[in-house]
Design a binder for this molecule. Structure first.
Ligand code: CFM
Length: 485
């Protein structure tokens, strides 16, 4: 276990020593070692949601990624135009694994890459005319598409194209919702502003535009579950088994109609608060819908969350909830009994987007694993403050850590398992360190709910205890003379 406060403070200092003075001072503000005091008062001093330092390798994405890739992309029956040069959509194509039911190219367009493919002439003369042509083509090629969104890439904002006017005009001509989204990549400091812009576009162009034929006391929305590897499906069945009716799934395996009717729900259940807090706040103010943040990673957090949800409903739902927990607990206990002895006391370092570095802690702890360092790419202050009470004293907290910082900490702390993204994965493999890709679930999943925990436990065991690690020499610290160029 690497959980000594003073040792870990020193460790962070040593890692940052490699930087020039100014860079060191800047990066120091993004680290904190959890102390009891800080945990008790719940204030996290870590600086977050500010610009990454130029010259270091940051793991962050851009506003376009936050809007097209995260929030809008999973809405399956709309065609999302990546408006601008081909690369933004092409190089992110199919990487997020937000599963959706339906037939690809007929009533489900999530796995398609539709782009206006800007050329130099579009930059010089503008892309508005081209955009209108593409919209007409979309309706001809995909007659069952229910709507279109325009996901702006950087040049669109730079050259001042009026995507709002084109969308308005074409929406009338084609008689369907067309949503312009000003998510140019240069906006903000990470994908986080893209979430916000995407949420605002849902509010302004879609929200409240349709009614439900029938409403009931148990109508809820799942907000902020993107169905990565089937997560939203594994979550939805638990809510339904408890007797609730899910009227909208935002946005994993979601549809335009679900966005339009969500304001009819009695309660918003939000999994990824970071990316959709703007929506639940808006629905609370505009429609009086209360919301609750829940966590379906690992049985302990899932039981807690199910009970918290049930507590907001009547005795029937509460009884159903207890029955469900009684039914699934033996299954979950059997999984824990099987895998915990193989994973007990293994140390874990996490560095993921804006939610999972906190939400998955309980699942690792259910398996007896110890989180010794955890950080986010683009979280805000409230995310850090929610994470702090979940950590043990001595845990290193980090914001927007650089590739160098992550590698150094892993080597110096001799971490048993690193959970982060694809940009990190292969470096760790080469370092001989067990690694899980915690964005795409490493082509596995789901990890949410009871079905998800079965997969999660197996995956962590398979990763940490794979015999492949016996075939590579793990170096505690690569010496410059040993590094091959
Ligand atoms: Fe929310 Fe996400 Fe995440 Fe996120 Fe993301 Fe993602 Fe993520 Mo990758 S919406 S903040 S912007 S839980 S794509 S499904 S895994 S960084 S921790």
């Amino acid at each position: 276990m690497g959980l000594n406060i003073e040792e870990n403070k020193k460790l962070v200092e040593e890692v940052l020593e490699a930087y020039p003075k100014k860079a060191r001072k800047d990066r120091e503000k993004h680290f904190q070692v959890a102390t009891d005091n800080a945990i008790d008062c719940g204030t996290c001093a870590v600086k977050s949601n500010i610009k990454s330092r130029p010259g270091v390798m940051t793991p962050r994405g851009c506003a376009y990624a936050g809007s097209k890739g995260v929030v809008w992309g999973p809405i399956k029956d709309m065609v999302h135009i990546s408006h601008g040069p081909v690369g933004c959509g092409q190089y992110s194509w199919g990487s997020r694994r937000n599963f959706a039911n339906g037939t690809l190219g007929i009533d489900n367009f999530t796995a398609m890459q539709i782009t206006s493919d800007f050329q130099e002439t579009d930059i010089v003369f503008g892309g508005d005319k081209k955009l209108a042509v593409i919209m007409r083509e979309i309706t001809e090629m995909f007659p069952l598409a229910k709507g279109i969104s325009v996901q702006s890439e950087c040049p669109v904002g730079l050259i001042g194209d009026d995507i709002e006017a084109v969308s308005k005009k074409m929406s009338k001509e084609l008689d369907m919702p067309i949503v312009p989204v000003r998510c140019e990549g240069f906006r903000g400091v990470s994908q986080s502003l893209g979430h916000h812009i995407a949420n605002d576009a849902i509010r302004d162009f879609v929200m409240g535009r349709a009614e439900l034929a029938e409403t009931g006391p148990y109508d809820v929305n799942i907000i902020g579950d993107y169905n990565i590897g089937g997560d939203a499906w594994a979550s939805r069945i638990l809510l339904e088994e408890m007797g609730l009716r899910v009227i909208a799934q935002w946005s994993g395996d979601g549809s335009l109609n679900e966005l339009e009717v969500a304001h009819k729900a009695k309660l918003n259940l939000i999994h990824c608060h970071r990316s959709m807090n703007y929506m639940v706040d808006h629905m609370e103010k505009a429609y009086g819908i209360p919301w609750l943040e829940y966590n379906f990673f690992g049985p302990t957090k899932t039981y807690e969350s199910l009970r918290a949800i049930a507590a907001l409903f009547d005795a029937t739902i509460q009884e159903n909830c207890e029955k469900m927990i009684a039914k699934y607990k033996p299954v979950m206990d059997a999984i824990i009994n099987k895998f915990r002895p193989r994973l007990e006391n293994k140390t874990v370092m996490l560095m993921i987007g804006g939610l999972r570095s906190r939400h998955t802690i309980g699942a690792y702890e259910d398996l007896g694993m110890d989180i010794v360092a955890s950080g986010y790419e683009f979280a805000h202050k409230d995310d850090y403050e929610k994470m702090l009470p979940m950590l043990q004293e001595g845990t290193i907290i980090m914001d927007d850590p650089t590739a160098y910082e992550l590698e150094e900490l892993t080597q110096r702390m001799n971490i048993d398992l690193v959970g982060s993204g694809v940009k990190e994965k292969y470096v760790y493999h080469k370092m001989g360190v067990p690694f899980r890709q915690m964005h795409s679930w490493d082509y596995s999943g789901p990890y949410h709910g009871f079905d998800g925990f079965k997969v999660f436990a197996k995956d962590m065991d398979m990763t940490v205890n794979s015999p492949v690690w016996d075939l590579v020499t793990r170096k505690s610290k690569i010496q410059p003379e040993e590094a091959s160029i």
